[in-house]
Design a protein. Sequence first.
Length: 166
Amino acid sequence: MPKIYISIGSNQDAERQIRFGLMQLKYYFSNVAVSKVYESEAVGFDGDNFLNLVASADTQLTISQVDQAFKQIEKEAGRVRGEAKFSNRTLDIDLLLYDNLVCDTPIKLPRGEVLHHAFVLLPLAEIAPQLKHPIQQKTYQQLWQDFDKRDEQQLWPINFDWDTSQ
């Protein structure tokens, strides 16, 4: 069964949206595990801070089906498509990895943000430190150690309350 890695982020009612997103991921996928939740400032626009994490899961769905599930979850969370790249997000869910697959269609994998954004690479290195990037052939732990942290936005782990009864 393929293992997928998923980036999850929000800056609009972020705690509730992150809880909702994870609950929905558990509906579609099995063996869902999550990294710590990290907070960071918005980049490229004036907005509330973001909460980000990475999840892993097992799936029997194809890449296209996974992508459609993510779009459905985002829609249910109130996301409007066609917004500017750097803007507020109710819920943003992206497929980072689908096993070790490298492809351009139906979506580009591995997702490019893995190597360029601390808010993706750090939680991925936390949840899968010994997994190797299928192109770079370095572990995510090594990629994080080599990452130039001087030019990237700052992020910090937070104590996140996963209790969905709130």
